[in-house]
Unconditional design. Structure first.
Ligand code: SGN
Ligand code: CA
Length: 533
């Protein structure tokens, strides 16, 4: 392999930092290191869309098995307190790429923003440091990518079947097949045939899966049909004491569309989303469409004959939702397996950081919902597992709270690239190296801010703080409501303690944390809603 000009990151050997060529012995003098060379670390970052920890067996064994994703967790590390900064696709991607909160990177919501792609993002810094960089799949930032050596993205949300891709020359092409397979094919082709193998690489594989409307690969249609998914404890939540939760349009019962989401189309059934559904399934080739119809038609016949209502209908919708979502996860899991196998067979795992995460979590019937957006646990959390390169010995669970704004500084530090001072995330490289960390990792907890309102699903704007025990949130704009939860005693966040006697001290402490975080991150919202001391 050609020698790299990179300044190599410190490798920990017996607690002593080793940089290329030399290491300090116990007397502080320079001695010849046993291992004098270290190849620069590669990064394979796999991110899905709307894949939630409840549907990944490394995190939750109730529903489905995800053996390939679990392989990453079992051979490496699993973050048990992994959060996003703004639970929505575009905003999450912008946070992750820039290492900054939404108010700093400018992409606050999916509907009104265009990402200024000329701003610095971590792949750009890696490219300048000699890395080969590429992204394949969902981009969702409206402008075209900049700062990557190679990119090929799907327009907007992308199509599950016979998808369109925008190429670097600006052309839009149509590929034949199922999107999760195709994104993986393109990624593996780049790894094998397109990149300069003399350079370290950073590859971002961004799937559309598991995004709505959960169109499975025809190969996986029959899966999970005999399974009855357990109903979440909060499925019949009445939202008492939580005004914003009660105002949303993301309920499985009321808002999950029978045609678009659940494929219960018939010639005389109508819905606002029928045409969108027809456009999506209309992309299938005749063979795919025939398999699709042959699978769903008996389910439709049965459904229309039963004329379900009330709870029966709600639970039927829940089961169908879970089954289709699970099928889409299966294809994703298989494709992650293909990437791991490639890295393994080509001897790349020793020197590659493999990351698997999602752009946010998702509701699988909790509070009666699908979708995300809220700072409640299911959508604030996002899965995060990593396989570490040799020399980083950390294994098992990492419990320190991390956020998607931390990824950029972490990757840069691990690659030996200087972390720019204006990145707001905190590099968690020390946690991966297994360094001893003094004191609390994030004494004030993590900061969150959601903006997309007015917007689809009607989740009100809110910001908040979460520490290891409590969560404080403020819903604002056309409402003004505070919520406070004791996550230890009320993990389902049903009991809003804000304003209740006995919680004055906790509220004061959490307000202090919120205020400090808003100052630290310089969120202008604090001028509109100043927090008094
Ligand atoms: C689409 C979906 C929404 C979803 C948003 C944002 N509607 O608009 O249900 O919340 O994407 O999702 S759909 O009718 O078009 O399917 S995100 O993950 O891209 O932020
Ligand atoms: Ca998403």
């Amino acid at each position: 392999m050609k020698k790299s000009t990179l300044i190599l990151p410190a490798v920990v050997a017996g607690g002593v930092a080793v940089t290329a060529g030399t290491m300090l012995n116990s007397c502080g003098t320079s001695a010849k290191a046993e291992k004098t060379e270290r190849e620069p670390m590669n990064i394979v970052y796999i991110m899905t869309d709307d894949h939630t920890a409840q549907m990944m067996s490394a995190y939750d064994t109730r529903h489905i098995e995800t053996p390939n994703l679990d392989r990453i967790a079992n051979d490496g590390v699993k973050f048990t307190n992994s959060y996003v900064a703004n639970s929505l696709s575009g905003p999450s991607r912008a946070c992750m790429l820039t290492g900054k909160h939404s108010h700093k990177n400018g992409f606050t919501d999916n509907t009104n923003c265009v990402f200024d792609a000329s701003q610095p993002i971590f792949p750009k810094y890696l490219g300048e440091a000699g890395y080969e960089t590429a992204i394949f799949g969902k981009w969702h930032l409206e402008s075209l990518p900049q700062g990557f050596g190679t990119w090929e993205i799907v327009p907007g949300q992308g199509d599950y079947y016979n998808p369109r891709f925008i190429e670097m020359n600006g052309d839009t092409i149509v590929e034949q097949g199922y999107l999760t397979n195709i994104i993986t094919d393109k990624s593996l082709d780049w790894l094998e045939n397109k990149r300069d193998k003399n350079k370290p690489f950073c590859l971002l594989i961004h799937h559309k899966a598991i995004h709505r409307n959960w169109l499975p690969d025809t190969a996986d249609l029959a899966l999970y049909e005999d399974k009855v998914f357990e109903l979440p404890e909060t499925f019949y939540d009445d939202y008492e004491g939580r005004e914003a939760a009660g105002l949303t349009e993301m309920r499985i019962f009321d808002d999950l569309d029978l045609i678009y989401d659940l494929k219960m189309d018939s010639p005389d059934s109508t819905s606002r989303l029928k045409q969108t559904y027809l456009d999506y399934v209309g992309r299938m080739n005749p063979d795919e469409r025939a398999k699709f119809e042959a699978f769903y038609q008996p389910i439709r016949d049965d459904f229309f004959s039963r004329k379900l209502e009330g709870k029966e209908l709600a639970e039927w919708k829940y089961q169908r939702y879970m089954r289709d979502y699970a099928k889409v996860v299966k294809s994703l899991d298989d494709n992650v397996g293909r990437v791991l196998d490639y890295l393994d067979k080509n001897g790349l795992l020793d020197n590659t950081l493999v990351v698997y995460t999602s752009d946010q979590g998702f509701y699988m019937g909790e509070h009666g919902w699908f979708d995300k957006r809220f700072m409640y646990e299911e959508s604030l959390n996002t899965p995060l597992v990593m396989m570490l390169p040799k020399g980083m010995d950390r294994k098992g669970e990492i419990t320190e709270p991390v956020q998607n704004i931390d990824y950029a500084p972490t990757f840069l530090e691990l690659a030996g690239v200087k972390v720019p001072a204006d990145m707001q995330g905190k590099s968690f490289a020390p946690l991966l190296r297994g360094d001893k960390v003094e004191g609390e990792w994030r004494p004030d907890g993590i900061y969150y801010h959601f903006y997309e309102y007015p917007g689809e699903h009607c989740v009100r704007r809110h910001y908040g703080v979460r520490d290891d025990r409590y969560k404080l949130m403020h819903f604002y704009n056309d409402i003004d409501q505070w919520e406070l939860y004791d996550l230890q005693n009320d993990p389902n966040e049903l009991n809003n303690l804000y304003g209740k006697p006995g919680y004055e001290e906790v509220t004061k402490t959490m307000m202090g944390k919120l205020k400090r975080l808003q100052e630290q991150y310089d969120d202008p919202i604090r001028e509109k809603y100043p927090i008094k001391d």
